[in-house]
Each structure stands twice: as C-alpha cells, then as structure tokens.
Design a protein around this ligand. Structure first.
Ligand SMILES: [Fe+2]
Ligand SMILES: [Fe+2]
Length: 374
C-alpha cells in the first residue's frame, strides 16, 4: 500500500485510467484508443476477474454514460476528501486503494449469482433454465422459495410452492433478482473485521428494514414491488464495501488506522452512493437500479431523478424516522428530496408503511429484551 507523496490529481487520473480499462475489459468493452496496453499491469486476481466476465456483451451507450457519470462522481468525491483529509497518511492510503477500484474493492458475488443475474439481463431465457441454475446453489434456491411463498404472494390465495421453476415463474425476473441479491448481500455483508462489525451490522439491519418499506412504497411511485424491495435492500451496499476496504487496508498496513476527526463520517457520506452504484453495475444489476443506488440521497449526484430513487429515498427516511423515534415533516422530506411524485397520493401509503414499520420495530425491541444475555 503506497503512501508516497505523488499529487493526488495525477494518482487519481492514473487510477481512474486503470479502473476504466479494467472496467471496460470486465464488461467486454473496447479499450480506449491509446490505452491498449493498460491491462499489462493487472494482477493475477484482476486478470482472473476479467477473464470470467469476457463473455458479457457490450452494454448499450446509455448504460455506459450512466456508469461514466457515477464513476466521475466517485472520483470527484475522492478528490474532495483527499484535499480535505489527505495529509493524514492512512487517509491517503485508503483513498488510493479505493480509487483503483480493483477487484478487491468490488468483489464478484460467489456461487451462481453472477450467472443468474447475467441470464436476467438477456432478451430471452426460460424459467426452466433459471431454475436449473439456481438449483446448484442451496442458499439462493431457499431464498427464492421463501420469496415466492412470502405473505405478499401467499396473501393473494396462492398455494405454497416447492418447485424452483414454479417459484421463479410466480415472482418473475424482478423477484428472482430480489432473491439473488438477498443472498449476495447476506454472504458479503458482515465481514469488515474486528472493530467495525458492530457498525456494519447496524447498516445491514437498516438495509434489511428498508427493503419491505420500499416494497410497500413502490406502487406509489409506479415501480414494481420487487424492484423496490431489491433497491431498499441494496441501497447502502457502498457503506459495507467501504468498511471492508478500511479493514483490508488496515490488514495490509499491519497497523491500526488513524483518521482525522470527522473523516469517517465524511467519507461514508460522500462515497457510499457512487461506490454502491459502481458495485451494482459490476454485479450485473440493471442500470436504473445502479443509478438509483448512486443517487438515493438525492443530492449532487449529477444523475437524473427516477421513481426508483424516489421510492428508496422515502423508504430510508421512514426507517430512520421510526428507528430513531423521530417525527419527520413529510412536506420537508418531499422538498429536501426534490420529489416529483405527487405527495397527496402518497400519504395513505406513508401512513400504512409507518404503522407497519413501528409494529416491526416494537416486535424487534421485545425480541431483544427477551433474548437471553450472551
Ligand atoms: Fe440508508
Ligand atoms: Fe445511504
């Protein structure tokens, strides 16, 4: 891990150039003219990652431009943080590590998840094909069955299912994606290492709570429920990735990292949106999902507004309000988020979701109070 004194501007440009080429290669894009040799410097791990993804077809132009915008936001925010805090050697080391966007920063999901997500991006696939792939991964298979047999489907009088093909058909492509991402995030969520486990757990619990709220909100924004669920679950993935890099850099430096006061809060706030968005692209999630993750706080991302981003913004505000037992002025929330959906139409949905979230919160508190002390 380098902590040399090369100017960050050139270091970031170099990192971004390298990241762009790794990125391009990962997604099967043409190398940028004049940068054809850029892959020479890749590590064995990077090359393995690139090889795995070479068969992914080139993404359409608008996908590339959204990704470029998220990447630009990520680089800009890294530069701002470095200007403010970069004199501290450990900040410098961490930001340089993140800037490379190497495969350790955004790891590919384990198991069959990448294969399923890639199939869902295709024009045509059958539920039998999806079922056959998911069958090889017991955790995803179980998540799919749980999802298909959840109250929101069974409540419609649907009989319980035990076949993966029938489950995939019932929940559709967005429901399959929700099941896959549940497992991807559960597998990768809590591994930042000693010292950050508690805070990562808090973030993960928040993501898990936001998912059903975003599912409830979805139709108020013209979004399908499973897309809302997936987005609610994934929206703060960038925070978990950030914690993981802190732990990895600490391991690499064999030292307890010392950050200036305020750095961790500022870095999390600035970086988790674009980092989560870049991860979503890399994991093969649809570009509108990645863009919504990259802009869910709805300030300064440079990305266009979308119903998905509005739904997850409102859902996470509701969770924070209920969890902290605070009152939120909905008009204020609507103004702060520059929301385009009509607030009046949303009011009954908000109240219904608020009551559900309060009930779940009370139930969780009761469960914790009754749990035997460890
Ligand atoms: Fe959040
Ligand atoms: Fe967030």
């Amino acid at each position: 891990m380098s902590s040399n004194s090369a100017p960050l501007g050139s270091a970031l440009r170099e990192a971004a150039r390298r990241a762009k080429n790794v990125w391009g290669a990962v997604r099967g894009m043409e190398a940028v003219p004049g940068q054809e040799g850029a892959e020479e410097g890749l590590t064995a791990a990077e090359e393995a990652s690139v090889e795995r993804r070479r068969d992914v077809s080139s993404p359409p132009e608008e996908v590339v431009s959204v990704r470029e915008e998220v990447l630009k936001t990520f680089r800009d925010r890294l530069a701002i943080l470095h200007r403010q805090y970069g004199k501290a050697p450990h900040v410098d080391a961490l930001l340089r590590d993140l800037a490379q966007l190497h495969p350790g920063v955004i790891r590919q999901p384990a198991g069959v998840a990448p294969q399923v997500l890639e199939m869902l991006n295709r024009e045509n696939y059958s539920w039998a094909q999806i079922g056959a792939v998911i069958e090889k991964d017991p955790a995803i298979a179980q998540a799919l069955l749980n999802h298909a047999n959840a109250d929101w489907y069974e409540g419609d009088g649907a009989p319980p299912l035990s076949s993966l093909v029938a489950a995939a058909r019932r929940v559709g492509s967005k429901g399959v994606m929700a099941s896959v991402m549940t497992v991807v995030l559960e597998r990768g969520a809590i591994r930042p290492g000693a010292g950050l486990d508690a805070v990562a757990r808090m973030v993960w619990d928040h993501m898990v709570r936001v998912a059903p709220i975003a599912r409830q909100f979805a139709h108020g924004f013209g979004v399908d429920p499973d897309s809302g669920f997936t987005l609610g679950l994934c929206h703060d993935a960038g925070k978990l990735l950030f914690f993981e890099r802190v732990a990895e850099v600490r391991k690499a430096l064999r030292a307890d990292l010392k950050f200036p006061p305020g750095f961790m809060q500022a870095a999390l706030k600035q970086l988790h949106e674009p980092l989560g968005g870049l991860a979503a692209f890399s994991w093969g999630m649809p570009p509108d999902f990645a863009a919504a993750i990259a802009s869910h706080h709805r300030t300064g991302s440079g990305l266009p507004s979308s119903p998905l981003a509005e739904a997850v913004y409102a859902a996470e505000r509701l969770d924070l309000m209920v969890h902290a037992d605070r009152h939120v002025d909905l008009t204020q929330l609507w103004n702060d988020g520059a929301m385009t959906a009509p607030m009046d139409r949303f009011l009954p949905l908000w109240e219904q979701a608020r009551q559900g979230a309060v009930a779940r919160e009370l139930e969780e508190k009761r469960r914790k109070a009754e749990a035997p002390m460890a």
